[in-house]
Design a binder for this molecule. Structure first.
Ligand code: AP5
Length: 216
């Protein structure tokens, strides 16, 4: 299953819920790239400058890390791709990689979310440095300010959640990622969900959509 939508649509938040509910792996290219940056790996060093500017990391880097990840044995029950693919070239490369593994995309959930909602969500987002849990200063506040409810780690604001970078990321999404809506409509796997809904309401819609797609 793929989660597609603009930055701040709530893909990461819902991926955690879906992954727990259906006991399938959550693969986030954003998280993988941030880990690589933190670890100072060659991929991380190359990706960092693009991420800071709110631009997409080159296709060949991202498709390489995803192809390696989805070929591992722990994904037999299925998996959720969050933040990948983001270009038509990435989608084609994913199709090729899945065909080689004898698999296919069953469902693509498109989070239709308005710009204003995305901007508010991203500017208030706080992430745990230790376990990567996602909070929001007003929508989903932690019990104690600046501290993760789950592991006690410190919360921080992502570098790319600054106003100018958010605007750039929304523009990049419209130019390079939105064409995937047609790509997956043609593949007959796309279902649109209302991304502006609050977290629990949206989780309910996703569960219904998942069941209607006969994947549960
Ligand atoms: P990535 O980490 O994938 O960022 P993104 O797609 O911009 O998505 P976000 O993580 O910003 O938002 P989200 O939809 O997951 O929202 P969230 O659940 O956190 O990518 C970062 C960078 O890495 C890219 O810019 C690029 O450089 C690079 N990259 C990654 N993948 C790549 C690829 N495939 N190709 C090339 N480059 C790639 O929620 C946001 C906030 O809202 C949170 O505070 C949350 O608490 C709150 N919230 C969530 N849902 C709700 C709700 N329903 N109601 C109210 N508040 C909510």
């Amino acid at each position: 299953m793929i989660l597609l939508g603009p930055p701040g649509a709530g893909k990461g938040t819902q991926a955690v819920v879906l992954s727990k509910t259906y006991a399938v792996a959550h693969i986030s290219t954003g998280d993988m790239l941030r880990e690589a940056v933190k670890g100072g790996t060659p991929i991380g060093k190359e990706a960092e400058s693009y991420m800071k500017k709110g631009e997409l990391v080159p296709d060949e880097i991202v498709t390489g890390i995803v192809a390696e990840r989805i070929a591992r044995d722990d994904l037999k029950k299925g998996f959720i791709l969050d933040g990948f693919p983001r270009t038509v070239a990435q989608a084609k490369s994913l199709d090729d990689a899945l065909t080689k593994l004898g698999q296919k995309i069953d469902l693509m959930l498109y989070f239709a979310t308005s710009d204003g909602v995305c901007i508010k969500r991203l500017s208030g987002r706080r992430v745990c440095r230790k376990c990567a849990a996602i909070f929001h200063s007003t929508n989903i506040p932690p019990r104690s300010e600046g501290v993760c409810d789950f592991c006690g780690g410190a919360l921080y604001q992502r570098d790319d959640d600054k106003e100018e970078t958010i605007k750039k990321r929304l523009l990049v999404y419209k130019q390079q990622t939105q064409p995937l809506i047609d790509y997956y409509k043609k593949a007959r796997v796309l279902r649109e969900v209302p991304g502006d809904l609050e977290v629990n309401e949206l989780s309910e819609v996703l569960a219904t959509t998942f069941n209607e797609a006969h994947l549960a």
